[in-house]
Design a protein around this ligand. Sequence first.
Ligand code: URA
Length: 234
Amino acid sequence: MRLDKFISNLWYGSRKQVAKYIWDEIISVNSEVIFQKDFEIKFWDIVSIWEENIEYKEFIYVILNKPTWYVSSKKPEWWHYSYIDLLHNCPYSEIIDIVWRLDFDTTWLLFLTNDGNLTHKIIHPKKDIFKKYYVLAEKSLNEKDIKKLENWVKIDDFITKPSIVEIISETEIYLSISEWKFHQVKKMLEAVWNKVLSLKRFAIANLELWDLKIWEWRYLKNEEINLLKNKLNN
Ligand code: URA
């Protein structure tokens, strides 16, 4: 089989992208860099990309530690960059999609996958999957504000579902919400006459960044994927 066809069949990008990888000298066969996209490979050949041997993966699960100024769309918007630029050495960047976007000024956890079945389940409102945010508020949050956030607040024409608040300090909380509305956390803080100064997504269900640094991405571990799938199947 042709090298470019083999690689693109394994979800490493379109034939055009693979041609670029070949041009960039990052593809080798049996440890030798290959420059021809029509190079014929045999089943015993070991193909590697960025020195990593290629293995067939049908579904890809990635988490990314997003900094500010990056938008959750594949194309840059205005003077903001696209998150795709942060996945520059991820061969699957074009085929995975974000599950629950973040605003350009919200940071930390982005989860991306091409597993449509999992995405469908995780975003289903009945599943009540919690997203946990670190919130730094402009003003102190009193007991009444916390109660309101925990029970319900009205944002636009919509009443929020109960959420979980963990107090860190007078102006800092962890807020876990199970819904997904546009600018939901910012609007919830506005509903208690406050303002978000800094917003970071700490977790989605069992998924956390752990020691992943800002700007970096990693594949999910099998244990993390299995735990998430178990949660979704219950
Ligand atoms: N809520 C917001 O207001 N912004 C985000 O990016 C995510 C949740």
